[in-house]
Design a protein around this ligand. Structure first.
Ligand code: NAD
Length: 511
């Protein structure tokens, strides 16, 4: 029997905490202080089976609960989350490190999906054709899948799960969420909130853990689908493994997002945008701008403006300033010491490869604990596509400027990249923007918008090695992913018009 400490984070199944028999525990840290603040249970196969079984038991009843009742629960969840979002933001900051206002931003984008899912009754309406053949009607409907698995990354502990679970639940599915072991507490907080909103026990469950927990979801015959978000190698593994086990899969992977600045662009807007999108959330966003492509002749001027702005950023504990007694920091720490060291080693390697370090984040002075996982914003100029700071996803506050001579060279660079998540063009020329939109092989495009995350009623997803599977998250693609179609062909015998019966062995024709 496992004895729990107050700071232990365990699974949530059937509307209650479940300790199970963990195979181990992973430390959870506060990145701004470096302190271990808790430990999270790592599920073994038996624990995973227990959580999946809870979702399976609840599946039938929830899938047949009236649309009216499901909608009421969604609205209640929306209201509760909106009124208590500061609590959730504080949990995110304490385990992820992003500043409080940024954590509120991620919750706001998740809330959008909840609001979208409040309209599920409309989105689930099927089609109906009367008299498709003589005396025959046809109607279609979309029904829930059953138990759906969601596996999420560390960088958006609330928003990424919310890309999926509001739509999945409103469509009548039950959920097992496997959050990142680096910042697991947000998932349990959301689970308790669902209960308060009136969601029946077993509809929303949380399974904590690492590869063992993930593999259990990917291979369980009781899990119908997998929605994964994380790095590309794991996304590819998840896609292949879950597909092999007969599931539908959407697996969103990594990114290297290019922002192309054409010579006629507003350079102040471009510089502000590059700083916001490059260093917001310490660059730990899948839609962060990590490469800035400056088209001649604006490179020198643009780099100077970005550097000036970058030097003014305040780096510090994201929780301080949240209550207004102090200015909030612009950028928090990185998520773990190991990740900070990895990002820092990329700066070493870029410098060694000959890129010019314009602003060096390794010299950072931060407002926060001495043991915090600090790294300041770093700006590289004269980066070339053969350098590993260009080819690898760094996932930290490192912005690389690549100089090119022409628009064509810029587009070729974007399209040669293995990733195709997001991209942006900065220009005042509508024709050039329209051409860019057509030319780039990327899923989400911004025109003078550096982080073009689609609103909830559109769908989020990249191309190439940024997405395995063909269905993007939320919007109508999300509704499609979390439901399957049935088409019913009906004949009711009306003796007044047409008698039943008669033998006819040919293939049914319509007339
Ligand atoms: P990660 O791939 O390390 O982890 C993601 C999830 O997979 C976690 O729940 C983790 O526990 C699990 N996991 C890790 N290793 C595994 C393994 N060997 N087998 C099975 N499961 C495993 O990603 P991360 O570091 O948490 O998140 C950052 C990455 O996520 C970046 O690459 C970023 O671009 C990507 N991301 C992409 C999007 C998108 O929309 N495309 C959004 C957010 C983050």
């Amino acid at each position: 029997m496992t004895t729990l400490d107050q700071q232990d984070i365990v699974h949530w199944a059937d509307g209650a905490l479940l300790t199970g028999e963990p195979t181990g525990w992973a430390d959870v840290t506060n990145p701004a202080t470096g302190e271990v603040t808790g430990r999270v249970a790592l599920a073994g196969e038996a624990d995973a089976a227990q959580v999946i079984a809870a979702a399976k038991r609840a599946s039938k009843a929830w899938g047949t609960t009236s649309l009216a009742r499901r909608t009421q629960v969604m609205f209640a969840f929306r209201e509760l989350l909106n009124s208590r979002k500061d609590e959730l933001a504080a949990i995110i900051t304490a385990e992820h490190g992003k500043v409080h206002s940024d954590a509120l931003g991620e919750i706001a984008r998740g809330l959008e999906v909840v609001e979208f899912a409040c309209g599920m009754s409309h989105l689930l309406k099927g089609g109906h054709s009367e008299e498709a053949s003589t005396g025959v009607d046809v109607h279609s409907k979309r029904v829930p899948l059953g138990v759906v698995g969601i596996i999420s990354p560390f960088n958006f502990p609330a928003m990424v799960p919310m890309w999926f679970f509001p739509v999945a639940i409103a469509a009548g599915n039950t959920v097992v969420l496997k959050p990142s072991e680096k910042d697991p507490s947000a998932a349990n907080w959301l689970a308790a909130l669902w209960q308060e909103a009136g969601l029946p026990d077993g509809v929303f469950n949380v399974l904590h853990g690492d590869k063992v927990a993930v593999d259990a979801l990917l291979t369980s015959p009781d899990v119908a689908s997998i929605s994964f978000v994380g790095s590309t190698p794991i996304a590819e593994y998840v896609y292949e493994t879950a597909s092999r086990h007969g599931k539908r899969v959407q697996a969103l992977g990594g990114a290297k997002n290019h922002m192309v600045v054409l010579p006629d662009a507003d350079l102040d807007l471009a510089a502000d945008s590059a700083v916001n999108a490059g260093y917001g959330s310490a660059g730990e966003r899948c839609m962060a701008i990590s490469v800035l492509v400056a088209v001649d002749p604006i490179g020198d001027e643009l780099v100077a403006r970005i550097a000036d702005r970058t030097r003014t950023l305040l780096i510090g504990d994201g929780g301080r300033g949240a209550t207004g007694e102090q200015k909030e920091a612009d950028m928090g720490p990185l998520v773990t010491r190991a990740h900070r060291d990895r990002v820092s080693s990329f700066i070493d390697s870029g410098e060694a490869a000959g890129a010019k370090v314009v602003v060096d984040g390794r010299d950072v002075t931060a407002r926060g604990g001495e043991q915090g996982f600090w790294l300041g914003p770093t700006l590289f100029d004269d980066v070339t596509p053969d350098m590993d700071i260009y080819t690898e996803e760094i996932f930290g506050p490192v912005l690389s400027v690549v100089r090119v001579k022409t628009y064509e060279e810029a587009v070729a660079l974007v399209n040669a990249n293995q990733y195709g998540n997001g991209t942006a063009v900065f220009t005042n020329d509508g024709g050039a923007a329209r051409r860019f939109e057509a030319d780039v092989e990327v899923g989400m495009i911004g025109v003078n918008v550096p982080v073009p995350v689609p609103v909830a009623y559109y769908s989020f997803g990249g191309w190439k090695r940024s997405l395995f599977g063909d269905t993007h998250a939320h919007g109508t693609e999300g509704v499609h992913f979390f439901t399957r179609g049935k088409v019913v062909t009906t004949r009711w015998i009306d003796p007044a018009n047409r008698p039943a019966g008669g033998l006819e062995l040919g293939f049914p024709r319509n007339d």
